[in-house]
Write a protein that binds this ligand. Structure first.
Ligand code: ADP
Length: 305
């Protein structure tokens, strides 16, 4: 990874040769001077040389760590830009294509196709907006600006908001979506934040299921917490990746399956928001069979407002 024209490996080699080598040599001289001390002057010189070399080693180590961190940050930023651009390109291309067809007047005498084209433009715009929101959400969360305002109440409103919005993002009949809200038990929650959590999970269920997309959402309580589960019959996640998918910018690349574009922020946002509610999110998945993400939020001990 290049940092302003200098590669990280090059920088490490330069620091090692330019600083560490002379430092090691002078340390040896200092130690020899202390060991074979013939006068107080030589002892003082030895101690000074060793102290100086220790400080230099410390400085070199700090420089290498800082360079490494800077290189990692630069790589994350460029990956994020590449991944987000990639994710934006597909809906943008569809919007342009349908808009150009409408502009050409080819569909002027075909109201049904005109309606379908307009519906596609609206749908793809929703997807564009959702992708941009993910990046902005993450930016706010990373700066600790996203404050959740918890109110006691049923999760029905948040679930309905997310499901309705998701419905506007997919073509009619594209996903078999079944929603079962089996409880109205009160949870201290921020309606918008929980809708965002569920929307991210629904978008992933859609994105990582390629054929015969079947998605189920259930809301149940066990007397202590309310669980929102999102189940899909998609490509699944390799076991070795299950812990890492919630890390920001982490994407599953290694299982050979061709995976849809993404910035790797959706699940990091989910976990962050769920934890802000005192809850947890977990996943069960089998490659080739599907995944179930479960969000557990503690039951409210307050009376609904
Ligand atoms: P993104 O989807 O933008 O890559 P996420 O943080 O939402 O970022 O997801 C991280 C990774 O977890 C994805 O790259 C994907 O490989 C995997 N993943 C998430 N949800 C699912 C799912 N429902 N089915 C299969 N893989 C999933």
């Amino acid at each position: 990874m290049a940092v302003r024209g200098l590669s990280l490996t090059g920088a490490i080699v330069a620091v090692s040769v330019g600083v560490l080598l002379p430092v090691v040599l002078s340390t040896s001289v200092g130690i020899i001077a202390i060991a074979t001390e013939k006068s107080t002057k030589e002892l003082v010189m030895g101690v000074l040389i060793v102290s100086f070399t220790c400080a230099a080693i410390g400085g070199a180590v700090v420089s290498v760590v800082l360079l490494g961190r800077k290189a990692r940050l630069a790589r994350l930023q460029s990956d994020l830009l590449a991944n987000v651009s990639h994710e934006l390109r597909t809906p943008l291309a569809a919007i342009r294509m349908y808009a150009q067809t409408l502009e050409s007047g080819l569909l002027a005498s075909d109201p049904e196709h005109t309606r379908q084209s307009l519906a596609t433009i609206v749908r793809e715009s929703e997807r564009l907006e959702a992708t941009i929101e993910r990046v902005l959400n993450w930016r706010a969360l990373a700066r600790d600006r996203a404050v959740v305002e918890l109110q006691p109440g049923s999760l029905r409103g948040a679930v309905t908001d997310a499901v309705e919005r998701f419905g506007r993002m997919v073509a009619p009949g594209e996903v078999g979506l079944v929603v079962e809200i089996g409880t109205d038990a009160p949870v201290d929650h921020d309606r918008e934040a929980i809708a965002r959590v569920l929307l991210n999970l629904l978008v992933n269920a859609h994105k990582y299921t390629y054929e015969d997309k079947q998605v189920g959402v259930t809301v149940q309580d066990d007397g202590r917490s309310v669980a929102i589960a999102v189940r899909d019959n998609g490509i699944g996640i390799p076991r070795s990746e299950l812990d890492r998918i919630f890390l920001p910018f982490h994407r599953v690349e290694a299982d050979g399956a061709s995976r849809a574009a993404g910035a790797g922020l959706g699940l990091a946002i989910v976990r962050h928001l769920v934890r802000a509610h005192g809850g947890e999110v977990e996943v069960e998945s089998r490659p080739g069979e599907g995944s179930t993400f479960t969000v557990r939020l503690p039951l409210s001990e307050r009376e609904p407002a």
